[in-house]
Write a protein that binds this ligand. Structure first.
Ligand code: BG6
Length: 495
């Protein structure tokens, strides 16, 4: 299992059915991940893929698409016969009847076995419908309960209510343990390492609480803008796109209690517990705890870039946020009183996903004069990307006759320590879904808990008078985001 060391289990013969086979997610992520798994000998001979979409691609067309996405004949040439295509309307039961026949034929001719994995790489509006029609055509319960599984990927609804509805829509045909909800951050090696760091070492746990930690900062900063995804982003915004999922997942792994075992339910129980302890502000409280921003023209890596409102498919008077900073409180024994600051933004100064645990200052500094003026607080920095590292910042004496103390860092870098190549998140997640390991996927209640946390913020943002602060592209967001911390005497740790 993912958190339990090396994989020893082999995957049984399976057919992967990709709905949305001609779309972006399939060619950018799913096909390259499959090709790489094949290349690493992780998939059995008896493995087939059926692409389903509305486009009249035909099997040859789909195989060409597969080769282009996977990097050519050398990568997938030997397996190309294992890729099939079915053209069909997702809304029509006849598509599913044809799929059922095609599955039977392939399972016989490729001796694929009876295991089926459906990957809904479509727009989220179709998740409930496709799941229902799979159910109606008898494709959701195939043999024992584990032999038919379904993958969906965020966004899971738009708010608490629609997320609950999606869960119950899916549950009409699939039981919870057949559903694999992807948040690709959980597939990242360094996100998984958060648990290894916390629960395989004895030295961190004693200080991982309100007695030693002054505040916690989580940053997901991107340099990219919205690019060609303006249409999507206008309806998403940073709150739904990053905070509700990726950031609250990181937060729960950092703050949760030790799980009883590393099994999926055990970990998910602890994550749900900590999400349930996050204080939910009232709508009027949001304005003093949340800052929202939108990028304007600026400079990134010496290139001038345009502001959000000038991006393709974005309204010239859009109020969609591309930056959000929040102050959260977690009301439980371990974290009561420790502020948790989170922020995310596009077009920021650097690409940087990290957690900073800032520890209390030493109670008394016996050094005289200015000798410790360059000393910052002790910090542990867990850098998730781009350079994956763990850094401990502490004070040390600067060599020389004077007694000057300065902050220095002790570094562990993934790339310099391990020779093994990190797996891409999709490779890991697809493999885990094939193995039936749900540890790195989201459970229904995790998703709704996370929506409950952001919902008052969503509502506050819907008020046209809620402030939207501009920030220049290439910066760390609007200055109001710093003020959010200054009130309690804190400041953001960048870089
Ligand atoms: C996606 C968001 O979920 O995550 C994107 O929709 C964002 O807007 C992306 O750019 C970031 O992922 P990563 O792996 O590049 O940090």
């Amino acid at each position: 299992m993912s958190y339990q060391g090396h994989r020893k289990r082999r995957i049984e013969g399976t057919t992967l059915v990709i709905f949305g086979a001609s779309g972006d997610l399939t060619s950018r992520k799913i096909i390259p991940a499959i090709a790489s798994l094949w290349d690493q000998d992780q998939l059995p001979e008896e493995f087939s893929v059926i692409g389903v979409a509305r486009s009249p691609l035909g099997t040859d067309g789909f195989r060409n698409l597969v080769m282009n996405s996977a990097g050519g004949w050398e990568t997938v040439g030997n397996y190309i016969e294992n890729f099939h295509y079915l053209q069909g309307d997702y809304k029509s039961i006849s598509t599913y009847q044809s799929l059922s026949k095609l599955l039977d034929t392939i399972e016989q001719s490729h001796q694929t076995g009876r295991s089926r994995l459906y990957y809904l790489a479509t727009i989220p509006d179709l998740f409930g419908l496709i799941s229902d029609l799979l159910g109606e055509s008898g494709l959701s319960r195939h043999g024992d309960s584990n032999s038919a599984r379904i993958i969906i990927e965020k966004p899971f609804g738009d708010d608490t209510l629609s997320a609950q509805k999606l869960n119950s829509d899916m549950h009409r045909s699939f039981s919870e343990d057949q559903i694999y909800r992807i948040d690709h951050y959980l597939g990242k090696e360094t996100v998984q390492n958060l648990l290894a760091l916390r629960f395989s070492n004895a030295i961190f746990e004693p200080v991982w609480n309100r007695n030693y930690v002054d505040n916690i900062q989580i940053t997901v900063a991107e340099q990219i803008g919205v690019g060609h995804r303006g249409n999507f982003y206008e309806h998403a915004g940073a709150l739904k796109d990053i905070i509700q999922n990726h950031m609250l997942q990181i937060l729960s792994l950092i703050l949760m209690e030790a799980p009883a075992t590393m099994a999926a339910d055990s970990i998910q129980n602890e994550k749900v517990k900590v999400l349930s302890s996050v204080e939910i502000p009232s709508i009027p409280e949001v304005v003093s705890r949340v800052v929202r921003g939108q990028y304007v023209d600026g400079v990134i890596n010496s290139d001038e870039v345009r502001g959000y409102r000038g991006e393709q498919n974005v309204s010239p008077d859009s109020k969609t946020e591309t930056f959000v900073a929040m102050r959260l409180a977690v009301d439980n024994w371990r974290w009561a009183g420790v502020p948790v600051f989170i922020r995310t933004g596009k077009r920021m100064a650097k690409r940087e996903t990290q957690v900073v645990m800032e520890f209390n200052r030493a109670p008394h500094l016996p050094f005289t004069g200015n000798s410790a003026r360059q000393l910052g607080p002790n910090r542990m920095i867990l850098r998730i990307q781009p350079e994956e590292e763990i850094k401990l910042v502490f004070g040390a004496k600067v060599p020389g006759q004077d007694y000057n103390i300065r902050s220095v860092a002790m570094d562990f870098s993934y790339a310099n320590t391990f020779r093994e190549v990190s797996w891409d998140a999709y490779e890991r997640l697809i493999l885990d879904a094939l193995l039936g390991d749900r540890t790195l996927f989201l459970r229904a209640d995790e998703v709704t808990k996370a929506w409950e946390i952001v919902e008052p913020v969503q509502r506050a943002f819907a008020d046209p008078d809620f402030p939207l602060f501009p920030y220049a592209s290439g910066t760390y967001g609007p200055k109001e985001a710093s003020k959010l911390l200054q009130g309690s005497g804190h400041y953001w740790h960048n870089g």
